[in-house]
Each structure stands twice: as structure tokens, then as C-alpha cells.
Design a protein around this ligand. Structure first.
Ligand code: ADP
Ligand code: TPW
Length: 576
């Protein structure tokens, strides 16, 4: 605590009265709202903020690049429904964090990026301050909300607004600008205390109208081949029991989007993942819960959907999500817990789907699963994506509590299809943008938040975006096992430079790189594996050890497909 010896910035204090300052008030405001962890990277003007957070009993997890601190905060927000907090310096630090904040907004994850900023009067006249930038305006297009706090007495309100904005309604990223001089401003302790408070009901329930529920139930009553589609919004909502009850009571087959896998165990008899193409094409009515009809679902139309317009019911908290891509016959607007509970109360009046529909799905599933097992159990040399993922799947089946982080192209597509999930909110991947670079940030965020092991399944290109954070993983001794699918390049390693010149092709990396040596530099354990058996042994051992490890899994460099399953989005290979 500071002590006033003469007039301070508030000009109200008599000599000897105890003072507090902006640094303390920011920490007090976060703590008052049960925030116990900050992910960030220090420097002027926020180093002392990080020090103080730690001194006041919060965890400060320091990163090597702000984007990964931001990604850690974002995934912590997704896992907990509390905004993940990322702290950065001004201008470049802020911009490095902004990618993560924009990604959080895109994925509907609650997060607050707090960045120090330069003096307003210099920034606004563009007089060339250290790390000068108009950060508030730079953030605006990419966030749900952005605020600047200019007076120490407003810190409580500013933090409250940031928290409420991040978690209420559709969650998203919030930018909070803290000018350097704000942090140094003082108030009396009594004034400071008065200005800090805990946000009441930051995630208010939003109850759907009874007419919307009746409309949705009527659509279901008249459907012949219904399907429920679960998105990561459904996982985020933590309404697991209600969702399970709705699915089981209705008897309707369901399909989880990738981060909704495990909301119900993937082995659930009504899970239609193994017949995905069939159900999307053949369903006549789709009840969407917490998913958007964006590119990941072919915008709700075209060949993926059997070229016919479906009847859609959409449960979402955003009133403007419906009709974004195709007409929605029955929008149900509210929080998923309330909406699903209201649908559950009426679902008894909807006839169970016909045996013809569920039987046809079952038949497809059995055929596809049998085909997949043959592919997974083949043991080619060198190892390919399937044989490696078959081994990982078998190990993770014995450890359902493990968090799985996944990025890459082929590595992402195949892992999503092969590695089943059995608990909710355990799968974290490239998400709505298909972004590369979330690997180590999400892994660290998930490990710190849950205290449970993390396995990151990473393409070698994908891993490169955040690889330096291996030092962070080792520094905090986190139970993270990173598996690099090393096929010598982006998608694969066999492209050649057609000119015969000295540069390698744009997709090619150093051959036979030893990513396992990288973690050894920081005291972690490295493994090099070339067969599924070696991978099984290394992964089992690494998870059991609960310490930082990296497995360099050598994958056939010819095995990958350009852009994985997104070949159709490449301008040169898209089907016209
Ligand atoms: P996916 O990528 O899995 O298809 P999306 O991120 O596209 O999922 O969609 C998630 C949707 O869930 C968003 O439209 C968002 O508004 C919605 N959502 C998030 N949280 C809630 C909630 N608590 N209640 C209702 N809808 C929610
Ligand atoms: C921020 C473009 C999509 S997938 C990918 C890139 C570079 C890497 C694929 O190679 P990898 O995986 O990881 O070795 P695999 O299994 O196919 O061998 N920059 C950003 N995001 C994206 N999506 C890209 C580039 C891309």
C-alpha cells in the first residue's frame, strides 16, 4: 500500500492517509470477480501489474509470444464460462494478442485482452511515443466490445463492463485499454474499495418464448428423418444433462461438430458421426443446437445436404444467427440450458423416429466403422496418419480425462474422425477459422485450467507456429505431451521446385527434423517414434509421467493431401 505524503493525483488526500493505485485496483477488480489466472507477457507499462497479480495470489503464466498467451486465455474462457484474461504491452504486444482475441470472438469464446497503452495526448497527436498506437480503434472491428479506462475510480466499472460483455449473450472477445498513466493514478484506499464490485448475474438466463418452443415441436412432429446437430456452443453452455436427456428421450440421431465431440460419449448408440455424410444428405429436418451454418457445414446447402432444402430448427443465443445462410423455420432464441429444458418438457409429444431411418443409419455406421478398423490396423512402413492415429485413439480410450488439442490439415481431419471423445469440453482445435497456431496456447490454457493431462496432436507445420512455447510448458512443468506428425512439410514433404533451383518447394521443410530435441533443450522428455507400437509406448509413458514431453512421430512424407479435406476451397483445385 502507498502512503500519501503530499497532494496526490486525486488532490483530496491529507498527509498520512493510505492510498491505492491503478495497478492494485485492476488486480482487486479481477479478484473480486473470481478471476484467478492471467496469461500474458510483460514489459512497459504492465510488468508491475503482472508482479502484483502474483504477489496478490493470482497465477501469472508468462509466455514467449502474446498470441499464445491469448489463445491460452481464450480456451480457459471456453472451458470455464469465465473470461480468460490476457495481458500485454502496447502496440506490437497488443497486436500479437489481437489475433487471439479476434479468434476468440470468431469462435464465441469469452476473453478479455488487457493491454497497456501510451499516453493519449501523444498518441492522439501522433507525436511518436514509445510503442505508440491507437489500440482501441485497432481492436474495434475484431471484438465484441472495446473499452478504455481513463480514471482510476472507473477501474471497477471498466473491468465489470469487460467481464459482462465477454460472457453475456453470445460470448466473445473484449479489449480493455489501460493507459500507463491510469496505472499510476492514486485513490484513497476507502475510495478504491468503494469502486470495486462483483458483477451480479453476468450470464443471465435467456428463456425462449413458449410460441418458439411450440413451433419447433410442431416441425419435429411432422419430420420423417430428424437429426440433431450439436455445436461447440452446446458444449460451452454446460447443459450436458439436459442435452443428453433431450437426445435420449427423443430417440433422434445426433451429430457432434468437432469441439462438441464428447458432449455425449462418441460411442453413444445415437451418435451418427460414422455416418456423417449420409445423415447430412438424408435428414429432412435438422435441430441445430449451438452451431452455425457456416463453411464448416457447407452453409446449410448443396451436395453435402443432399441438394435439397432442409427444414431447420435452430437453438442459439444470438437472435440474428437464424437465416444467416438458409431460412430457419423454427428459431429458438435463448440460452441452450433453458431452450433445451423447454424442448425436453414437450418432446414426449413427438413420435420417435422410424426404425427405417435409425436402421439405415446403423447400417451405414457399421459398414464405415468396419472399413475404418481395417485401415487403422494396417501397419504400413513408414507409418501413415491412420496407423499413428489408431495408436493414439487406443491410448486415449483408456484416459478419457485427457484434454486433446489438435491442428494441422490432414492431422486435423483424420484425428477428428478417428480419435473419439468421451467427456465434454475436452477437444480443442482450429475451430471456426481453421487457424494454425493454437497448439501450445490451447494446450497450456487447458493444462493450467483443468490441472489434467493434455495431448496435442500437431501437424509439423501447425506446431511451428507456437513451438517456442515448449519452453513455457517446461517452465511451468505442465502435463502436456505434444505429438508432432512429422511428414517433412506443409500437408506432405515431397513437393519439388520445378525450376530445379536451390530453394525447396513452398510446402517443404528440413527433412527428418528432430522436434523431440527441441523439448530436451528445456529439460522436457523427447521421443522419436517410427511405428504405432513405439508411439503407443511413448504416449502411455508420457501421459503417466505427467511431465512435459514431445513425441516426434515420423509419418510417410507422401501420405498427406493438399489442404487435407479442404481441397475444394483451393482456387486452383476447386470444382467449377
Ligand atoms: P461449431 O463450430 O461447433 O459449429 P459455432 O461456433 O459455429 O459452433 O456456433 C456456436 C454457436 O453457439 C454460436 O452461434 C453461439 O451464438 C451459440 N452459443 C454459444 N453459447 C451459447 C449459449 N450459452 N446458449 C445458446 N447459444 C450459445
Ligand atoms: C494462421 C494455412 C492450413 S493447414 C496448414 C497451413 C499452413 C498446415 C498443414 O500442414 P501440417 O499438417 O500442419 O504439417 P498435415 O497434417 O497436413 O501435414 N496460417 C494460419 N492458418 C492457416 N490455416 C494457414 C496458415 C494452413
Amino acid at each position: 500500500m502507498l502512503t500519501a505524503t503530499k497532494e496526490n493525483s486525486t488532490n483530496t488526500v491529507e498527509s498520512g492517509e493510505e492510498l491505492t493505485d491503478g495497478f492494485h485496483l485492476v488486480i482487486d477488480a479481477l479478484k473480486a470477480n473470481d478471476i484467478d489466472t492471467i496469461f500474458g507477457l510483460v514489459g512497459i507499462p504492465i510488468t508491475d501489474l503482472a508482479r502484483l497479480a502474483q504477489a496478490e495470489g493470482m497465477r501469472f503464466i508468462g509466455f514467449r509470444h502474446e498470441q499464445h498467451a491469448g489463445n491460452a486465455a481464450a480456451i480457459a474462457g471456453y472451458m470455464t464460462q469465465k473470461p480468460g484474461i490476457c495481458l500485454t504491452v502496447s502496440a506490437p504486444g497488443f497486436l500479437n494478442g489481437l489475433t487471439a482475441l479476434a479468434n476468440a470472438t470468431t469462435n464465441c469464446f469469452p476473453m478479455v485482452l488487457i493491454s497497456g497503452s501510451s499516453e493519449r495526448e501523444i498518441v492522439d497527436l501522433q507525436q511518436g511515443d514509445y510503442e505508440e498506437m491507437d489500440q482501441l480503434n485497432a481492436a474495434k472491428p475484431y471484438v465484441k466490445a472495446s473499452y478504455r479506462i481513463n480514471k482510476a475510480e472507473d477501474i471497477g466499472i471498466g473491468v465489470a463492463r469487460a467481464i459482462r460483455s465477454a460472457v453475456s449473450g453470445r460470448p466473445g472477445g473484449v479489449y480493455l485499454d489501460v493507459p500507463a498513466q491510469l496505472l499510476a493514478q492514486t485513490l484513497t484506499v476507502a475510495e478504491g474499495k468503494k469502486s470495486i464490485f462483483k458483477v451480479v448475474d453476468p450470464i443471465p438466463r435467456q428463456i425462449p418464448g413458449p410460441d418458439a418452443i411450440a413451433r419447433a415441436i410442431n416441425v419435429l412432429k411432422t419430420s420423417k428423418r430428424p437429426l440433431i446437430l450439436l455445436g461447440k456452443g452446446a458444449a460451452y453452455a454446460q447443459a450436458d444433462a439436459e442435452i443428453r436427456a433431450l437426445i435420449e428421450k427423443s430417440g433422434i440421431p445426433y451429430l457432434p461438430m468437432s469441439m462438441a465431440k464428447g458432449l455425449l460419449p462418441d460411442k453413444h448408440p445415437q451418435c451418427a458421426s460414422a455416418a456423417r455424410s449420409y445423415v447430412l444428405a438424408e435428414a429432412d429436418t435438422v435441430l441445430i443446437i449451438g452451431a452455425r451454418l457456416n463453411w464448416l457445414l457447407a452453409h446449410g446447402k448443396g451436395k453435402t445436404w443432399g441438394n435439397n432444402l432442409k427444414r431447420f430448427i435452430q437453438v442459439d443465443i444470438s437472435p440474428i444467427e437464424a437465416d444467416s445462410n438458409v431460412p430457419i423455420e423454427a428459431p429458438v432464441i435463448g440460452d441452450i440450458g433453458s431452450c433445451v429444458a423447454a424442448l425436453l418438457a414437450e418432446i414426449g409429444s413427438v413420435p420417435k423416429p422410424s426404425a427405417e431411418w435409425t436402421g439405415a443409419i446403423e447400417e451405414r455406421k457399421e459398414k464405415n466403422i468396419a472399413k475404418m478398423e481395417v485401415t487403422l490396423s494396417a501397419n504400413p512402413s513408414p507409418m501413415n496418419f491412420h496407423s499413428a492415429l489408431g495408436a493414439i485413439r487406443n491410448v486415449l480410450r483408456t484416459r478419457p480425462e485427457v484434454n486433446l488439442v489438435n491442428e494441422g490439415a490432414n492431422t486435423l481431419d483424420f484425428c477428428r474422425a478417428i480419435v473419439d471423445m468421451n467427456q465434454p469440453r475436452k477437444r480443442f482445435d482450429s475451430g471456426t477459422w481453421g487457424i494454425m497456431g493454437i497448439g501450445m496456447g490451447y494446450s497450456i490454457g487447458a493444462a493450467v485450467t483443468s490441472g489434467l493431462p493434455v495431448v496435442a496432436v500437431e501437424g509439423d507445420s501447425a506446431f511451428g507456429f507456437s513451438g517456442m512455447e515448449l519452453e513455457t510448458v517446461c517452465r511451468y512443468n505442465l502435463p502436456i505431451t505434444t505429438i508432432v506428425f512429422n511428414n517433412n512439410g506443409v500437408y506432405r514433404g515431397t513437393d519439388v521446385n520445378p525450376t530445379g533451383g536451390p530453394d525447396v518447394a513452398p510446402t517443404v521443410f528440413v527433412k527428418n527434423a528432430r522436434y523431440d530435441k527441441m523439448i530436451e533443450a528445456f529439460g522436457g522428455v523427447g521421443y522419436q517414434v517410427t511405428t504405432p507400437d513405439e508411439l503407443t509406448k511413448a504416449l502411455t509413458e508420457a501421459i503417466a509421467a505427467g511431465k512435459p514431453a514431445l513425441i516426434n512421430a515420423v509419418i510417410d512424407e507422401t501420405a498427406g493431401t493438399e489442404s487435407g479435406r479442404l481441397t475444394n476451397l483451393n482456387p486452383s483445385t476447386a470444382k467449377k
